[in-house]
Design a protein around this ligand. Structure first.
Ligand code: AHR
Length: 501
């Protein structure tokens, strides 16, 4: 019954590394405390950026980082975040708790962070409350190599050479916090703002349009029709179109969510795990609309915000979106990455929200202390798929049923890397039952297989600052070469990674 079949010879589509991308917003303790501690901090740092966090993120090979928001992006005025820090003006972060933003982490600091992480920057510009000129000048400040007022300013601020900037978002959630626009109105603004975000010298921008919330297919239809195909003169005007989808129990009128990240029963487990799988339908349906206008798949689908969203941890600021992270989040991470891998012909970037201390974070910090979440470990175990060639899978899985809801217990991805190693990742959503799966591998005679497993002792197993390694990958003994493939035990509520050579 539980059987996976793949043929490495028909693997042809590359999994874009950027599917394993991240997102860091000026929200709660993501940037400040999580990343930026300042040069005077007793927490070890390089030019103000936490060393422990950079080292941990480098291990999961962060390919791309989106910044400065989120809803913050459409309130952010980049010129406030350059120049001597002591002289930078402050602002109120109205969307995220009305706290004072001192602008100490700005363009130079973000580009330094990306350099330290060796990842690509993805900057989101301000359409909601910013001008065309402001956005245009930001791109000029960052990327122009010649002499201009903006490059003079950049040099005066200590940066002689332009930076390379590829990924540029023209607004965020402009249907909501980014301006409450209709898709027709935003599409026109996108065309206008996108035009003045220029390519300078060899720097070619990859322009990303704000996309739909969840299943708002009308938004995608309008954006593709007005800006996403090559019958437009000089079109398509975009390189990527975004969508956002959060997995949550229930959204409340103030935007917050119901349901604890750690206190839940099996109904809560099933609700979140099954809602996570809705990403597959979203990707398929948005892609179908894109296919109509762009059959050559020139325009990428960019899932630049995704992840679980729960009620904040008790006692924390309601607008700081600080939540714990359990094996339930790990299963959502694994199954969602499987969906992106499967659809890698159209999905070419995704950014889990958010890197540190916010929503489905990779890392939580408490002063100088830091812990890695189960979701972090999934990203580390899945990193082998980055840039590899996806091997399509036929998955026959038994069902996992709770109450009225039934889902396949197994989810998986497979890819072949440049060295010819077949990497398989599998997860088992059933919290009660281990599953043994026969994996039939065609087109390859593996002689060695090694596995690791991420498993907790409960659905809500998680890491704490006192016990930071309660959930961490371990060598997996339940992997053996068998027949024309492998036999793999996928323990209950676990994620397994296997490398076959
Ligand atoms: O990630 C938190 C918020 O969720 C982002 O700022 C916004 O774009 C989305 O609604």
């Amino acid at each position: 019954m539980n059987e996976i079949t793949l043929d490495v010879k028909i693997a042809k589509t590359q999994i874009d590394r950027n599917i394993y991308g991240h997102f860091a917003e000026h929200l709660g303790r993501c940037i400040y405390e999580g990343i930026w501690v300042g040069e005077e901090s007793s927490i070890p740092n390089v030019r103000g950026i936490r060393t422990d966090v950079v080292e941990a993120l480098r291990k999961i090979k962060v390919p791309v980082l989106r910044w400065p928001g989120g809803c913050f992006a459409d309130e952010y005025h980049w010129m406030d975040g350059i120049g001597p820090r002591a002289q930078r003006p402050t602002m109120i972060n109205t969307h995220w708790g009305g706290v004072i933003e001192n602008n100490h982490f700005g363009t130079h600091e973000f580009m330094d962070l990306c350099a330290q992480l060796e990842c690509e920057p993805y900057i989101c510009g301000n359409v909601g409350s910013g001008t065309v000129q402001e956005m245009s000048q930001w791109v000029e400040y960052i990327t122009f190599d010649g002499k201009s007022p903006m490059t003079d300013l950049r040099k005066a601020n200590g940066r002689e050479e332009p930076w390379k900037l590829t990924y540029f978002g023209v607004g965020n959630e402009n249907w909501g916090c980014g301006g409450r626009m209709t898709p027709e109105y935003y599409a026109d603004l996108y065309r206008r703002y996108g035009l003045y975000a220029r390519n300078y010298g060899n720097n070619k921008l990859f322009r990303i349009a704000c996309g739909a919330s969840n299943d708002d297919y009308h938004w995608t239809e309008v954006m593709m029709e007005k800006a996403g195909h090559d019958q437009l003169r000089g079109g398509p005007y975009m390189d990527g179109l975004a969508i956002h989808y959060y997995t949550s129990v229930k959204r409340l009128p103030d935007g917050s969510r119901e349901g604890s990240a750690t206190v839940f029963d099996e109904a809560g487990w099933m609700e979140i795990v099954s809602k996570g799988l809705f990403m597959d339908e979203l990707v398929r349906k948005h892609s179908t609309i894109m296919d109509k206008y762009d059959p050559a798949k020139k325009v990428a689908l960019i899932v630049d915000e995704w992840g679980t969203w729960f009620a904040v941890e008790p006692g924390t600021h309601p607008r700081f979106l600080y939540q714990q992270n359990t094996m339930r989040d790990a299963i959502v991470a694994a199954t969602t990455l499987d969906i992106f891998n499967k659809h890698c012909d159209r999905v070419r970037m995704a950014n889990i929200a958010q890197t540190i201390n916010v929503l489905q974070a990779m890392i939580l910090t408490d002063g100088a202390r830091m812990l890695l979440t189960p979701s972090y470990h999934v990203f580390e175990m899945y990193a082998a798929h980055q840039g590899a060639t996806m091997a399509p899978l036929d998955i026959q899985s038994e069902a996992y049923t709770f109450g009225e809801v039934s889902i396949p217990a197994l989810s998986a991805s497979a890819s072949v890397d440049g060295a010819g190693t077949l990497n398989l990742t599998l997860s088992n959503a059933n919290p009660h039952k281990d599953i043994t799966v026969q994996v039939n591998v065609r087109g390859m005679n593996g002689s060695k297989a090694q596995g690791r497993v991420l498993q907790g002792n409960a659905m809500n197993a998680h890491n704490t600052f006192d016990n930071p390694n309660a959930v961490a990958p371990k060598p997996h003994t339940g992997v053996k070469l068998a027949g024309e493939g492998l036999e793999i035990v996928v323990p209950k509520m676990s994620v397994v990674a296997v490398a076959v050579q």
